[in-house]
Design a protein around this ligand. Sequence first.
Ligand SMILES: [Mn+2]
Length: 512
Amino acid sequence: MVASRSSRILSPIWKQITRNVVESTIVSSRNISSSLVPLTQHLDKNFMDSATTKFIKSYPQPVFESHPNLLKKGEITPLIHKDEYKERRTKLMQKVFQQSDGSKANIVVVQSSSKLYMSGKIPYVFRQDSDFFYLTGCLEPDVVLVMVSSPCFSDKYESILFIPKTDLNTEVWEGPKLDLNFCVNILGIEQANYDSQIAPFVCSYIKQNHLNGVQIWRDHGRSFRIIDDVITQKGGSITTLDYVPLIHNLRVIKSKSEQELMRRSCSIIAEATIETMKKSKPSICESQLWACVEYHSRMSGAQYLAYPPVVAGGPRANTIHYINNNQLINNGEMVLMDAGCQYHGYTSDMTRCWPINGKFTSHQTEAYEALLDVQLDLIQFCNERPPLDILFQRMCRQLGKNLQQIGFGKDAKSCVERAQMAYSVCPHHVSHYLGIDVHDTGKINRNIPLETGMVITIEPGLYVDLNRSIAPKEFHGLGLRIEDDILITETGVEVLTQSCPKTVAEIESIMR
Ligand SMILES: [Mn+2]
């Protein structure tokens, strides 16, 4: 990364240009069509070299004009059209209205993520806030979406995007930034303004509606100083409510285009995992397998891995969230790899285990097949659309039964005792919702029946640490998990990670 230069050595002519342009970019929402255009008017012709021209034509995020390989006309992010984003906002506002008593005005405030820094001016890879992304498709930091609806008008609302004001110097270093035009013409938000106008706008809206009362909907898990201050100022006339459960209710059901994005995300991680199996050999380092899965994911179009993967050789697989990934894997050991990627905002989450030398031992086969049998049964059971918690109970029963058949928990006499024994070797849940987040829509209870359009994981595990007395000695140290991503369809289930093999014979054949 190139270090920034001190502003002291900017030549006077650049100072002049910068000053002119900063002054010229003050654009109100009344004349947003003039945004960016004035930039060129102040530039001397001599400075309009090819790099500058290119810069003027650039956009803050991929659009059809600049990335026809990624986007069709009208799509804000790949496969998601402007109209779908608008429909999401409309549905949210309908839910907001349903939750209100109808006599009050509603203000919904959704913040994007902010840039985070590792040190000094070195940023972390930027990841957009999931709810903000879902409602706008906007990939820029420090933006705020405000939606307002007056009392008694259920289907009428207004959306305004508030953006940070940029300057030429920032754009020279970081590239083009969001402008008011982009918000309206590309993102399809009805109005746009600068972030200095958030408080005045919200205050005046509250003032207009103070007789009816005003409800402010926000993410109760995040603070937002501007809105905190407004609420403190305005005191009693305002109720604050949490919009997150309402958005999660929408996000938990995936549209056709979201399903296709998830399908691609899952197939990328499936193929990348196959490549990683092929690269495996005794004494390879866990970090090399991590590099391999990340390389193949990104080469196939993923933006990044969705979370730090677990690449755990031998007994380290018993540490469920092992992410050190820094040890050599010995001949005769198995490796557990839990990895997922992010494909244009949508996440996959898959786990496979394989012997590092390509050949399962008899005990590894026994334990692995006991677990795989449970996983296959649970995927089938999804056809009956059970709640996730029922899947978990079923996992405990089935795993208990299978484990006893290979010598675990000899003293467990009843079904309940066997299920308890299984819970002791698989202490995590067997499923979670999946989507924009890995652990998606956390506000949705796991006790509701599965519905068409939901995507979930099925991930039973078996962790036999070195002192696990209920297990025969030959299984000690083994840690296994098998995880696939499942779409609930109108007619049944679709295993989105299907293309990654998981039977003993298939895995051995791939590694041969
Ligand atoms: Mn998972």
